[in-house]
Design a protein around this ligand. Structure first.
Ligand SMILES: [Ca+2]
Ligand SMILES: [Ca+2]
Length: 227
């Protein structure tokens, strides 16, 4: 079991060298990045009028080529085109080229009852990624203007081997609701998938909170500081 903390990295090709998959391909080729979170609950006056508040977190990713140019992306199709165009970004979509990365769909509420199931998931198939792609960043945004990760009862983001319905092994996870470094923040970069010098894919667990007000500012900051 590899348990990645902030700042650590691992090579997906070497992660399971002794366990070739059905197609003979060694190492991890299919995995997911998922985010699980719950609605905000308030007890109300004297605990008499409990209520819940929906929480809209958005899991996204952005892909770059060797010249550090953005070549593909996944973010919610619900973002208004007039908002995106102000920052020079195209309309949202849930798939990258060839379906190499696929998003499970926008959850805008969070869990009513605590559970372990991820509310938004990006599935990755390394074998389908365009060879031009060199780096992929996974990031999380709180969609509300007044959002703060610390207000959410639980919110975590993780990378795991398997499919959305079968979690085989968790390799990296961050708890953005309870970790003090995310207090007062509503944006974070979870990790970076990148091609090593020998062409194998590696994952670098970043877990960094960002100073960004929305998804476009998050992508701008990733371009400036991480690519
Ligand atoms: Ca969402
Ligand atoms: Ca859940």
């Amino acid at each position: 079991m590899i348990d990645l903390k902030k700042g650590s990295r691992f090579n997906l090709k070497k992660a399971d060298e002794n366990l070739p998959s059905a197609d003979g391909h060694k190492g991890i080729t299919e995995f997911c990045v998922g985010c699980n979170w719950g609605k905000i609950r308030s007890k109300g006056f004297l605990g008499l009028f409990p209520s819940t508040e929906e929480v809209d977190l958005d899991l996204s990713c952005i892909l770059f080529d060797k010249d550090r140019k953005m070549v593909d992306y996944i973010y919610s199709p619900q973002y208004l085109p007039e908002f995106l165009i102000k920052y020079g970004y195209p309309r949202g979509k849930l798939f990258t080229e060839n379906g190499a990365l696929r998003h499970s769909g926008d959850d805008r509420a969070g869990d009513e009852i605590n559970n372990d199931c991820d509310n938004e998931i990006i599935q990755v198939d390394l074998r389908k990624i365009n060879p031009n792609v060199q780096q992929i960043f996974f990031f999380l945004n709180y969609a509300e203007d007044s959002g703060d990760f610390a207000k959410i009862p639980y919110a975590s983001i993780r990378l795991f081997e398997g499919t959305p319905s079968v979690v085989k092994k968790v390799h990296a996870s961050f708890n953005v609701a309870s970790d003090p470094s995310f207090r007062g923040r509503k944006s974070m970069v979870m990790g970076k998938l990148f091609k090593d010098s020998d062409g194998s894919w590696c994952f670098w667990a970043l877990g960094d909170p960002l100073n960004a007000e929305n998804v476009c500012e998050t992508m701008n900051q990733i371009k400036r500081s991480f690519v």
